[in-house]
Design a protein around this ligand. Structure first.
Ligand code: FO1
Length: 304
């Protein structure tokens, strides 16, 4: 079975691990909206968390970065008067150094990602949705902030007016992404933030149509339990984006391409409303606390 997984950050990575244990032909299509320049280096958090997780070297404590990493270079940068709110680890920095060099040498982000994932011994393909620069920006009363500025530097505190995907209108999905989606038997939308991880992908012209016309069944694991996401700022941003911050809101946002959704058992009362939008709804314990949960939910998504 050929499986394509649309992935964002931490929540997605856990499901990717489950899927990878079940499926030989797995391709990860990664959000690029939170890519960020830090210390002159190009950082791709969603690509990297997928790569580190599949390589078995991710830091489980933070949900980003590498296990056992240290921050000596960051301390020294602080001592030199540089901004250090975006914490690049000593080992993580090597990934960004290689990626930035490859890009400067003229390689595309797809090519740079492929070199890196092979160097990490990851057998699954990891494809950035686009090679164009797309940036998720959060418009607050204090102005427009990059998602990393909003979430990491400002700790998600500012009141949100709207969310924008700068550059998305002029971007296009890469040919590799389009081919993977067209040939997939299953497309799984990981439990990613609908506004900051899946939204930037859907904003790239052509991708929504690729998903809706794909011959493979499209299933999603909702990242919401009640009105709260598993992790991160999803609830607040969903409200600002005009999406109801619960599983019914997620299903509605994806309804143009979604065949089935798995929501948490605690939200079972939302199932009839979801099914009225034409999306099949299954319920489960959606929290991934153990590797067994990751595999169980992966199986449910592959059969939903
Ligand atoms: N998240 C934080 O909360 N604080 C950080 O200092 C931080 C640094 C960082 C460095 C590299 C990287 O790949 C991710 C990093 N993240 C950090 C995570 C990131 O901000 C977001 O969680 C993702 O962009 C969401 O998918």
């Amino acid at each position: 079975m050929r499986v394509v997984a649309l992935a964002g950050g931490t929540g997605s990575a856990k499901l990717l691990r489950g899927l990878a244990s079940l499926v030989r032909d797995l391709t990860v299509v990664s959000n690029v909206g939170d890519n960020f320049w830090a210390q002159g280096l190009y950082v791709c958090p969603d690509v990297d968390i997928a790569m580190y997780t599949l390589a078995g070297v991710a830091n489980p404590a933070t949900g980003w970065g590498l296990r056992g990493d240290t921050f000596r270079t960051l301390s020294q940068l602080g001592a030199l008067g540089e901004e250090t709110w975006f914490a690049l680890g000593d080992l993580d920095m090597a990934t960004h150094l290689v990626r930035t060099r490859l890009l400067k040498e003229g390689r595309s982000l797809t090519q740079a990602t492929d070199s890196l994932r092979m160097a990490f011994g990851v057998s699954q393909k990891i494809l950035p949705l686009t090679d164009d620069h797309v940036e998720t920006r959060v418009v607050t009363r204090a102005g427009s902030l990059h998602l990393q500025e909003f979430w990491v530097r400002e700790r998600g505190r500012p009141a949100v007016r709207k969310v924008e995907y700068s550059g998305a209108g002029k971007a296009s999905p890469t040919p590799s992404v389009r081919k993977a989606v067209a040939q997939a038997d299953r497309i799984v939308v990981c439990p990613a933030n609908p506004v900051t991880s899946v939204g930037p992908m859907l904003a790239v012209p052509g991708f929504l149509e690729d998903l809706s016309s794909s011959r493979g069944r499209v299933t999603a694991l909702s990242p919401m339990v009640g009105r709260a996401p598993f992790s991160g700022p999803a609830g607040k941003l969903m409200k600002a984006f005009g999406v109801r911050p619960d599983s019914a809101g997620v299903a509605k946002m994806y309804s143009r391409f979604l065949d089935a959704v798995v929501i948490d058992s605690r939200d079972a009362d939302m199932a009839p409303e979801i099914e009225r939008t034409g999306v099949k709804c299954a319920t489960s314990d959606t929290l991934m606390k153990t590797p067994d949960d990751e595999v169980r939910l992966s199986k449910e998504l592959l059969t939903a």
